[in-house]
Design a protein around this ligand. Structure first.
Ligand code: NAD
Length: 488
């Protein structure tokens, strides 16, 4: 894309807050800058919402609530389906926008438009399948009616790493269920959500059903919204520490919550694995989104008989990855989101090396404008290294070894997280044992990418509470009501 079309895409994004169907500046008049992580340049300046704006957005969501809840499910579904169609028509624009504000290679932004868009289509189809049940009570004296109702106004907080998909994965089921929402995107990548909100309006989402507050002071704005008794649901995707804080705040109002938090995914390669498939899966599980995914493989645990060959083969792949701005043809390693992310990669690799690991490729920042870290493979990573405990969130593939299945399972489960696990083995019985034994919400068995709109995405342990997507996703936005009537 040319410079001019980049500018045109950026200029087309609304720069205000969306409250009650109206785009408006922050009440304080404050603004915040959005940067291109590949250059460091400011690409847009938008409204920086404050406490008053958060309150106004919630007012609007509360006011729009009853009307949207009464709207026929078929109509709610059709609106979402129109949003899906519009997104397909404008996929090049939104993909470029994501690359500009977040940095990921354009091909991956295109893939995110597909993945993120699918939530609009999936939940357009789920809106008409909200059902209950009817039956006799156990005593035989009455008839029980179990029905599902929208929970009410929701507060949806999203992270920067998948700016479109994390928004649609919450907004689509909320709207399908008949809920209204205040959306608070990450301050680093708010433009995609603003684009999406405008598109939802075009698709026929009524005023006030989706409100957007962009802000650089997420904690200040969110506190009063979460404390407001009219709010009925908090759905958060982000880091585990922030998720814990929000859970404490939500406890005061006994608020319904969904928490999609951090991960520390093990990627197990057994001695009987198809190594071609394992290497290909590793490239996806590790380097998708330049490693900045909650589902990113964080710890490659490889049987000691195949570890050397596996490490050599992934190193050969990584050495060939083109580095550059995400808009450049064929780029695999785009920038990390910011300087803090580069420093974290440096610290984790430095600590691993200090404890005895060996760098096979990379292991340093890339000297160019923006915030780049080289595609890296470290091997011989020792127990106790920080890189085995913390989310790397960068293009660093860390290899350690195991001797047998029991040790592999013990190492894989030795983390407070439990979002996703990957395993490569040709032994079907072993595969089934791993499904049973690994403490994980999701599992890729001989597969390196598991996300899709039909799947119940979510974690166990400190990776979260609840599921997004699949048949389960809409239930996060519904509450169950039971009614008893006398037996006629
Ligand atoms: P983050 O926790 O720093 O921020 C996430 C969101 O929370 C942002 O919108 C941010 O503005 C907001 N926020 C920050 N502090 C807040 C506060 N005190 N009150 C209210 N809101 C606040 O996370 P991040 O760096 O944006 O995203 C990366 C993290 O997200 C990683 O840990 C990753 O694993 C996780 N993640 C999880 C999933 C999942 O589905 N499980 C998906 C994507 C990312």
């Amino acid at each position: 894309m040319s410079q001019a079309s980049e500018q045109a895409v950026l200029d087309a994004v609304p720069d205000g807050l969306l409250v009650g169907g109206r785009w408006r500046p922050a009440a304080s008049g404050k603004t915040l800058d959005v940067h291109d992580p590949a250059t460091g340049a400011v690409i847009r300046t938008i409204a920086d919402g404050g406490v008053a704006d958060g309150a106004a957005a919630l007012d609007a969501a509360v006011e729009a609530g009853p009307g949207w809840a009464r709207t026929a499910p078929r109509v709610r579904g059709e609106v979402l389906r129109r949003a899906f169609d519009l997104l397909q028509q404008r996929r090049d624009e939104v993909a470029l926008l994501m690359t500009l504000e977040m940095g990921k290679p354009l091909a991956e932004s295109q893939a995110e438009v597909t993945y993120g868009g699918e939530f609009l289509r999936w939940f357009s189809e789920e809106a008409v399948r909200i059902t209950g049940r009817y039956g006799t009570n156990p005593e035989g004296t009455g008839r029980m009616l179990v029905s599902q109702h929208p929970v009410g106004p929701c507060y949806l907080i999203t992270p920067w790493n998948f700016p479109l998909a994390m928004a649609t994965r919450k907004i689509a089921p909320a709207l399908a269920a008949g809920c209204t929402a205040v959306v608070k995107p990450a301050e680093l990548t708010p433009l995609t959500t603003l684009f999406l909100a405008e598109l939802l309006g075009e698709a026929g989402v009524p005023d006030g059903v989706v409100n957007v507050v962009t802000t650089s002071t997420a904690g200040d704005v969110s506190g009063p919204v979460i404390a407001d008794p009219r709010l009925r649901k908090l759905s958060f995707t982000g880091s585990t520490p922030v998720g814990k804080q929000l859970l404490k705040q939500a406890a005061d109002g006994v608020l319904r919550t969904s928490m999609e938090l951090g991960g520390n995914a093990p990627f197990l390669v057994f001695e009987d694995a198809d190594l071609d498939a394992a290497v290909a899966g590793a490239m996806l599980a590790k380097f998708r989104n330049v490693g900045q995914a909650c589902t990113a493989a964080n710890r490659f645990l490889v049987h000691e008989r195949v570890a050397e060959e596996f490490a050599a083969r992934v190193t050969a792949e990584v050495e060939g990855f083109p580095v550059g701005r995400g808009t450049e043809e064929g780029v695999r390693i785009g920038p990390l989101i910011d300087e803090r992310a580069v420093r974290k990669a440096e610290q984790l690799v430095g600590d691993a090396v200090d404890r005895g690991a060996e760098v096979l490729t990379g292991g340093h920042r890339v000297e160019r404008p923006g915030t780049f870290y080289a595609g890296t493979v470290v091997t011989g990573v020792r127990p106790g290294s920080d890189i085995l405990r913390q989310e790397i969130f960068g293009p660093v593939l860390s290899v350690s070894t195991f001797g047998d299945e029991d040790e592999a399972v013990a190492l894989a489960n030795d983390t407070e997280y439990g979002l996703v696990s990957y395993a490569y083995t040709r032994d079907a019985d072993r595969g089934q044992r791993l499904v049973d034994r690994l403490e994980t919400g999701m599992m890729g068995l001989n597969v390196g990418v598991i996300s899709n709109a039909g799947a119940p995405f979510g974690g166990v342990k400190q990776s979260g509470i609840g599921r997004e997507g699949g048949l389960e996703g809409i239930h996060e936005y519904l509450s169950t009501k039971y009614t008893l009537t006398p037996d006629p």
